[in-house]
Design a protein around this ligand. Structure first.
Ligand SMILES: *[C@@H]1O[C@H](CO)[C@@H](O)[C@H](O)[C@H]1NC(C)=O
Ligand SMILES: *[C@@H]1O[C@H](CO)[C@@H](O)[C@H](O)[C@H]1NC(C)=O
Ligand SMILES: *[C@@H]1O[C@H](CO)[C@@H](O)[C@H](O)[C@H]1NC(C)=O
Ligand SMILES: *[C@@H]1O[C@H](CO)[C@@H](O)[C@H](O)[C@H]1NC(C)=O
Ligand SMILES: *[C@@H]1O[C@H](CO)[C@@H](O)[C@H](O)[C@H]1NC(C)=O
Ligand SMILES: *[C@@H]1O[C@H](CO)[C@@H](O)[C@H](O)[C@H]1NC(C)=O
Ligand SMILES: *[C@@H]1O[C@H](CO)[C@@H](O)[C@H](O)[C@H]1NC(C)=O
Length: 272
């Protein structure tokens, strides 16, 4: 074979190979994870993937209503009844999301009050079903497990003898000192983080943690360390193969193919 014929054969093979790679992209689960790669608004922002999607991704990448957007470096989630919130974290294996209010110009800096304007109603978030009691005490109380505070922004400096705490209601209420009375309850989601962590995040930054709805198959998939997705053709939840990887094979494989062939051609030329 003449060297030029070999080059022609090589180019034909290369074209064939490239085309077969392109046509192998169909709507199988691999194509879902290729068409809907995990994304984020900034390096410190939460990873966005199914059931969520970024508004710049195709609609089939996420469930209806689970659409996030970016505002500068922030991830924004629209709530049906209480406006837009920033997303701080999404934890896929246990389907919780943490949200903070978008800072307003005149906001009083009292993070726990974000709960009072938060309304999770709608098809996406589960209603929080646990209670935190707001305890109003006439004097400062000693630290106790399950009682957090005092919450400075609700405590009027003790001027009128009012110190405010939050209490996990799964503890016996008679542990509350006599000089305290429950003035209110707020709802929270008892997610896997544990109450102390949940309350600390709430008091620190007004972070509200809540479960989002997702089917059980999807959770099982995520808990196995895989990514959940959706096949719009079959209308079924799908699960990525054990390690979802952003594949670079297309270029590297072709490159190694080129190297193999050029070596082969060189060797043949030496032989002849
Ligand atoms: C894959 O599915 C999406 C959504 O159903 C569709 O828009 C797209 O054309 C499909 N691609 C192929 C190659 O069939
Ligand atoms: C997606 O659905 C189509 C049509 O039912 C099917 O041919 C394909 O194998 C499915 N892909 C996966 C990964 O389940
Ligand atoms: C913010 O507070 C200032 C002074 O307290 C007031 O004049 C202004 O109208 C407030 N702005 C908004 C958006 O509430
Ligand atoms: C949330 O808003 C909806 C619609 O306004 C209302 O029906 C519902 O009672 C509200 N839920 C809470 C907990 O405030
Ligand atoms: C706590 O009690 C005092 C005195 O009754 C009252 O002035 C204050 O508003 C209460 N604080 C809260 C947060 O309920
Ligand atoms: C104490 O409470 C009274 C009546 O509730 C109120 O008028 C007064 O302003 C309060 N004082 C302080 C320092 O909060
Ligand atoms: C997809 O499946 C759900 C129930 O699993 C059903 O309610 C819905 O109508 C189906 N959608 C389509 C387009 O078949």
């Amino acid at each position: 074979m003449s060297p030029s014929l070999k080059i022609v054969i090589f180019l034909l093979l290369l074209t064939y190979y490239t085309c077969s790679l392109a046509s192998s992209v169909d709507n199988t689960s691999e194509s879902f994870f290729k068409l809907c790669p995990p994304t984020r608004c900034s390096n410190s922002g939460p990873i966005i993937r199914y059931p969520f999607r970024l508004n710049t991704q195709p609609t089939f990448c996420g469930r209806e209503g689970y659409e996030l957007s970016c505002s500068a470096d922030n991830t924004v989630f629209p709530l049906l009844f209480s406006g837009h919130y920033y997303v701080k974290e999404i934890y896929y294996p246990n389907n919780w999301i943490s949200l903070t209010e978008i800072p307003k110009k005149n906001s009083t800096n009292c993070p726990i009050q974000t709960l009072s304007s938060f309304n999770s109603s709608g098809p996406i978030l589960e209603e929080p079903d646990s209670n935190l009691a707001i305890a109003n005490c006439s004097e400062r109380i000693v630290e106790m497990e399950g009682i957090y505070g005092p919450i400075d922004c609700l405590t009027d400096g003790g001027g009128n003898g009012s110190w405010v705490y939050v209490m996990d209601t799964s503890y016996r209420m008679d542990r509350l000192p006599l000089q305290c009375s429950i003035s209110d309850h707020v709802k929270f989601a008892r997610v896997i983080l544990g109450v102390q962590e949940i309350v600390e995040r709430l008091l620190r930054e007004g972070e509200i943690i809540v479960n989002y709805r997702v089917d059980y198959g999807c959770l099982e998939c995520e808990r196995a360390g895989r990514y959940c997705g959706f096949n719009t053709t079959s209308n079924k939840t799908i699960c990525s193969s054990p390690k979802p990887k952003t594949k670079l094979i297309d270029q590297t494989e072709i490159l190694s193919l080129v190297l193999d062939y050029s070596l082969l051609i060189q060797r043949n030329e030496l032989d002849s």
